[in-house]
Ligand binder design. Structure first.
Ligand code: NOJ
Length: 551
């Protein structure tokens, strides 16, 4: 495996990136059109969310055919051109592999429904309990039970997500072979990156049992057999190449498993996404609530993952945003008063950590949550399920909408804000999801806020290329107990990189110990201009700064 520690990956959500045919939905041609923009940013790889044939109940994560392109997004010609044109700019593609489940529209599920036993064994079908209740008491991650009736039979099929996303039976070797074939299909087309959707929940037991907590996660998350499956997936597909980068999306995982998934000697994946740090504004662990984020908890979690993975030789994907997460600047900063400082501080926190940074479209220009007032302006299936559920519980409309404005997965999915023209230059038609009101000031052509943020991202990306210490340095926390600053030190050979990130709008002070002051400090990057390291170091609101220290 060639090293990928110098790389930065950009996530483009095809549906919302750029529409070229006026149907209100982004397309592959749109991505081709914007390659110069991405090249200028300096990124190495583009992760594209699913664009395969799909009924779009879960925006493409309900795949109806793994080796197809939905006409909604374009043609094979567009895809080949995208690979070629991106390649010319030194950019490769990472595709999203959704191997835990298929759409119920997939040919396999349809054949299963028609009574074909071979295909029934592709899915997880079980009889209800003798008392007529469901096979187990597990919950779907999108709300409601994880089982739905399998046609007119006595059986039910398992769906950990939407009821139109049926979980595949990985215990069946034929299923695994079919999935590997699909992965190889894309590798042969020149794809150099693979993102595996919720890959740590593929290993279900033969005997499924009720969960004591009535939710069921522990019955299928990080089960030992998942590691065997991933090793086999590696051997049968991307492990045959030495330049393919992989990342596994890990739901509710642990550092111990994270190490297993990503340590090179285990031949599983290059790195993993974990999400604990993005739950620090969940009241009592509940997503559909609002509360100010718990900063000390955030630091504790980032630190635990950084240190754990460093010691265990694992590798983190480092990120704040993706298509499922509310915008981090709206969540952890002050986009009203400090839009540039917030965005650049958050960016620097991640980009100088040990791991591979992922940028989600629009964060590089400071896009924010849209805060739509009307539930009908939201499209996401999980959001609507949550709305109905909260209504059933009798919560007041205003409280429900507040939770949705803060937590909906549509927050990051609004169209990319290219310019200040109608629909932010995303489409000439009607966008599938509304454009946030602030597009006239927050867009790629804006010469103030958005430009400053983007220029900072460019610098961070370039610094990673120039400095081995950013790519390979070890990690240790610095003053972890500080109430408003997350600081850390990376170290390689006789160099140290001291990074201080201030998460609040009051001034903050840091005591810099003599051992560090005795080293030769070179200002590397900061969002408040050049600074000198001194014993009582004062940070401005949302200031971020990094010093390179040499003996
Ligand atoms: C995780 C994806 O990121 C999310 O968007 C999707 O709904 C679920 N997996 C189910 O595929």
């Amino acid at each position: 495996m060639t090293t990928f520690h110098d790389k930065v990956i950009y996530q483009a959500y095809p549906k919302s990136f750029k529409d070229t045919d006026g149907d209100g939905i982004g397309d592959l041609k749109g991505i081709i059109e914007k390659l110069p923009y991405l090249e200028d940013l300096g990124i190495d790889m583009i992760w594209l969310n699913p664009f395969y044939n799909s009924p779009q109940n879960d925006n493409g994560y309900d795949v109806a055919d793994y080796t197809s392109i939905d006409p909604l997004f374009g043609t094979w010609e567009d895809f080949d051109k995208l690979v070629e044109e991106a390649g010319k700019r030194g950019i490769s593609l990472m595709l999203d592999m959704v191997l835990n489940h298929t759409s119920t529209e997939h040919e396999w599920f349809q054949k299963a429904l028609a009574g074909d036993k071979k295909y029934q064994d592709y899915y997880i079908l079980r009889e209800g309990k003798p008392d007529g209740s469901l096979p187990t008491n597990w919950e779907s991650k999108f709300g409601g039970p994880a089982w739905s009736k399998f046609a007119e039979t006595d059986q039910y099929y398992l769906h950990l997500y939407d009821k139109t996303q049926a979980d595949l039976n990985w215990r069946n070797p034929e299923v695994r072979r079919e999935l590997y074939k699909a992965v190889n299909f894309w590798l042969e087309k020149g794809v150099k990156g693979l993102r595996f959707d919720v890959i740590n929940v593929i290993g279900k037991a033969e005997e499924l049992e009720d969960a004591a907590d009535g939710v069921g996660k522990s019955h299928y998350t990080d089960t030992p057999i998942v590691h065997d499956y991933i090793q086999e997936l590696n051997q049968e597909t991307f492990g045959r190449y030495d330049d393919v980068i992989t990342v596994g999306e890990m739901s509710s995982t642990t550092v111990k498993n994270g190490i297993k998934y990503s340590s090179p000697k285990r031949h599983e994946l290059s790195m993993i996404f974990s999400f604990h740090h993005l739950k620090v504004d969940y009241k009592d662990g509940e997503k559909w609530t609002t509360m100010p984020f718990d900063f000390l908890e955030l630091k504790k979690l980032l630190d635990e993952w950084q240190r754990g993975m460093d010691v265990g030789d694992g590798w983190n994907a480092v990120f704040w945003n993706n298509h499922d997460q509310p915008r981090a600047n709206s969540r952890f900063g002050d986009t009203e008063n400090y839009p540039v400082e917030t965005a650049t501080m958050l960016a620097q926190t991640i980009h100088l950590l040990r791991g591979t940074p992922f940028i989600y479209q629009g964060e590089e220009i400071g896009m924010t949550n849209p805060r739509f007032d009307d539930i009908d302006d939201y499209v996401d299936v999980e959001t609507h399920n949550a709305y109905e559920e909260m209504k059933r519980k009798g919560l007041p409309e205003q409280e429900i909408m507040e939770a949705i404005k803060e937590k909906s997965r549509d927050n990051p999915r609004t169209p990319m804000q290219w310019d200040s023209s109608k629909n932010a230059g995303f489409t000439t038609g009607t966008p599938w999801l509304k454009v946030p009101d602030n597009y006239t000031t927050i867009n790629t052509q804006n010469e103030t806020i958005s430009k400053q943020i983007r220029d900072y991202y460019k610098q961070l990306i370039q610094l990673r290329k120039d400095h081995k210490i950013i790519q390979e340095g070890s990690y240790e926390p610095f003053e972890l107990g500080h109430e408003s600053v997350y600081a850390y030190i990376r170290e390689l050979d006789d160099q140290k990189l001291l990074v201080m990130n201030h998460f609040y709008s009051e001034e903050a002070l840091m005591d810099i110990p003599k051992a560090l002051l005795d080293m030769k400090a070179e200002f590397l990057i900061g969002n408040k201009g050049e600074r000198k390291l001194e014993s009582l170091f004062k940070l401005d609101p949302y200031e971020t700064v990094a010093f390179l220290l040499k003996k």
